[in-house]
Design a protein around this ligand. Structure first.
Ligand code: PLP
Length: 393
């Protein structure tokens, strides 16, 4: 038996373990100091009432003979797919029902989709990057090319005709930088992919944070995207489903390469390897799209957005270069006085007891940058902002 030796090539990530170790050490030496964590990438507000009610009533249905559900359709129940069709229509995107696949989250499908592609494809990812895109391809033994995201291109790299890639990862609004592509920029990527017979894997997990109507929430708002892009999205950040698990993937019918329909291949893949998301969870997800559900999740999103604004405002007041925070829960800042990412981490922890995430943990271009998030409580965010204001002043 031979194991998959590609696993040897996956870089060990010490990012969050090192953060935790440093925080624990500081806390044990300074028991009188309160540490505020602004490094979290997980939501903190609970599920909204409308979702909880839907989960409860679906659970009760499962306990009655006449409304019990066994195995469901692997690609998702019609009721949730038609709610999503309506959601996309609000942004001017028309999808066929069979182009929508319900998943247990964006991360799973971002990894699973690679079943459809040959090992010899060249993969293009931005640096800094959400590590899942890199690690899942290394597990499969694929070659990865990096494109530089930096201050010069406002962390939004555009295609380079001299670089030939087959699989391109784009994430907008971006984790970790919070940068958002506009329609003209995305159109360049769509044109590049169509011209070069490449596929774009578009991660829109944070689309719900976009407030500017002119910014694209889906890649299918761009003409030509249905022949080159697969979109991954999630209820995680939109409705607090990180612990409940539900997302969706769009595979258009027009995605045909070498006479093979990616939509049919994905359906085959899912019906073979995936059992679908539970009826109860899909009912909870459907409740997100009811008028009351929409209002309630919006209140939670506004809460995070206000936190982001508080953080962004204090950085602006002290002339610290940053992006994100506007259409994203992430604020990406340049460490003052040319400090390195870990240096700034230690500096904040020791002086103001604020914990963030060193940008260097997301790739070489992240060195010298730092990520703060708006997922903390309002009280803690305000306290952190006061401390920063005093200290940076
Ligand atoms: N994509 C990005 C860019 C993320 O930051 C995350 C989670 O933090 C995910 C996908 C994962 O989403 P899910 O919870 O749906 O798996």
């Amino acid at each position: 038996m031979k194991v998959n030796m590609n696993y040897k090539n996956i870089a060990q990530s010490y990012l969050f373990s090192t953060v935790a170790k440093k925080v624990n050490e500081f806390a044990s030496k300074n028991p009188d100091k309160t540490i505020i964590k602004l490094g979290i990438g997980d939501v903190t507000l609970p599920l909204c009432e409308q979702v909880v009610n839907a989960l409860k009533s679906a659970s009760e249905e499962m306990g009655r003979q006449e409304s019990f559900h066994g195995y469901g359709p692997e690609q998702g129940y019609e009721f949730l797919k038609s709610s999503l069709q309506g959601y996309y229509k609000e942004h001017g995107v028309n999808l066929e029902n069979d182009e929508i696949f319900i998943s247990d989250g964006a991360k799973s499908d971002l990894g699973n989709i690679l079943d459809l592609f040959d090992k010899d494809n060249t993969v293009l990812v931005p640096d800094p990057v959400y590590p899942v895109y890199v690690d899942t391809n290394i597990m499969n033994g694929r070659k990865i090319l990096y494109m530089n995201a930096n201050q010069d291109n406002e962390f939004l790299p555009l295609p380079d005709e001299n670089v030939k890639a087959d699989i391109i990862y784009l994430c907008s609004p971006n984790n970790p930088t919070g940068a958002v592509y506009n329609k003209e920029q995305l159109k360049k990527w769509v044109d590049y992919a169509n011209k070069n017979n490449a596929v774009i894997l578009f991660d829109s997990a944070y689309e719900c944070f976009i407030t500017d109507e002119n910014l694209p929430r889906s890649i299918y708002e761009i003409e030509g995207a249905k022949t080159c892009a697969i979109e991954f999205c999630s209820f995680s950040k939109m409705a607090g489903f990180t612990g409940t698990r539900c997302g969706w993937t769009i595979v258009p019918q027009d995605l045909v390469f070498d006479d093979m329909s990616l939509n049919k291949m994905w359906l085959r893949r899912q019906t073979t390897k995936f059992n679908g998301v539970s009826y109860i969870v899909q009912k909870g997800a459907q409740a997100v799209f009811t008028p009351e559900g929409k209002k309630q999740i919006q209140q939670n999103l506004e809460y995070y957005k206000e936190n982001a604004k508080l953080i962004s405002d204090v950085l602006t007041r002290h002339n610290i270069w940053h992006i994100g925070g506007k259409h994203s829960p992430y604020i990406w800042l340049k460490c003052p006085n040319n400090m390195k990412s870990w240096e700034f981490f230690d500096y904040l922890l020791e002086n103001v007891q604020i914990v963030g995430t060193p940008g260097s943990g997301f790739g070489k271009n992240g060195e010298g940058y730092f990520r703060l998030t708006s997922f903390g409580s309002r009280e803690n965010t305000q306290k952190a902002v006061e401390r920063l204001d005093k200290f940076l002043g």
